[in-house]
Design a protein around this ligand. Structure first.
Ligand code: GLV
Ligand code: GLV
Length: 319
């Protein structure tokens, strides 16, 4: 009998066509309407393809049962997955690194420019009548030329951001990460510093690190206080790396100048949330990897991981 695979909700069109016509599996698709439905459909399956919106925990593993072989997530981050619990049960895990690096780095640069040059307010002004005249001081933001940028996280995405930043004639490029990366750092002229020094010296702080127990709430009042009052804070990693109430406070009382966020806590953010009222916060709805090309590539890689895992073969990207 063919292995049964649960697909949570949907995929981009080409990869959806591929998985729905894949002859080696029997596909079950959840509507994604409720956790209960998902758990119910998981019963007895051999493989599950999830997104970062599905928690993979003991509850799901119990619901699936001992025959479960592989869980494949269509995301590079896997903080939604209890990895030790999966390993303890011999469930193999796959994610989607590399294929989303360029898209996420592009979005990070876009968000940086949008925040530094106040796109949120500037895009509103022509529509609301706030555009009165060209004046020498109106809608002035921060220029990148000559500035010091500090990267928190210097993995695939951090390095790809650093590559793109080379075009902006920065003053200095700094990075903080658990281990030094001399090869990439040498090529990109990036200097490794302990986080407190990076925060104190940077005009712009960009977070691309993974969410782990060590990075959870890494950015809080204590860390924002170490930053320049003119600093711009960018996060395209995970919302929970930031203690969001502390960030709101820092933005309101001038501890830092502005923030650009592609990730929040929770997601989605309620539309009446205080963060969305702040002129010095630019908030995007977690679209770092959201290009047509990248989302298809992520889904295809997730399918490749799933099928290889089911076949007991080497997975292209195994966690
Ligand atoms: C998205 O945030 C991902 O982890 O792929
Ligand atoms: C990164 O956060 C992504 O959306 O891939």
């Amino acid at each position: 009998t063919k292995p049964r695979v649960l697909l949570c909700r949907t995929l981009p069109p080409q990869s959806l066509h591929r998985i729905t016509t894949e002859p080696s599996i029997q596909l079950i698709q959840s509507t994604g309407t409720s956790r209960e439905e998902f758990l119910e459909l998981a019963r007895g399956v051999d493989g599950i393809l999830v997104k970062l919106t599905e928690k993979v925990d003991d509850e799901l593993l119990d619901a699936a049962g001992p025959q479960l072989k592989v869980i494949s997530t269509m995301s590079v981050g896997y903080d939604h997955i209890n990895v030790p619990a999966c390993k303890a049960r011999g469930v193999r895990l796959g994610n989607t690194p590399d294929v989303l690096t360029d898209a996420t780095a592009e979005l990070t640069i876009g968000l940086l420019l949008a925040t530094a040059r106040r796109f949120g307010e500037a895009l509103r002004a022509p529509k609301t009548g706030d555009w009165q005249a060209w004046t020498p001081t109106w809608m002035c933001g921060t220029q990148l030329t000559g500035k010091t940028v500090g990267l928190v996280g210097f993995g695939r995405i951090g390095v790809a951001v650093a590559e793109r930043l080379q075009a902006f004639k920065l003053g200095k490029l700094l990075y903080a990460s658990p281990s030094e990366k001399p090869h990439a750092a040498g090529r990109l002229n990036a200097v490794h510093l302990p986080l407190p020094r990076l925060l104190a010296e940077s005009d712009i702080v960009i977070v691309t690190c993974a969410l782990t127990p060590e990075t959870k709430h890494l950015f809080c009042t204590a860390t924002f206080s170490q930053m320049k009052s003119t600093a711009i804070f960018i996060n395209t990693a995970r919302g929970q790396i930031v203690k969001q109430d502390d960030l709101i406070h820092a933005l309101k009382n001038g501890t830092i100048a502005a923030a650009g966020l592609d990730v929040t806590d929770p997601e989605p953010l309620p539309s009446n949330h205080e963060l969305l009222q702040l002129d010095n916060a630019v908030v995007l709805p977690h679209v770092g990897s959201a290009t047509i090309e990248t989302r298809e590539a992520m889904a295809h890689l997730a399918i490749d991981n799933l099928l290889s895992g089911l076949a007991g073969a080497k997975m292209p990207a195994e966690i």
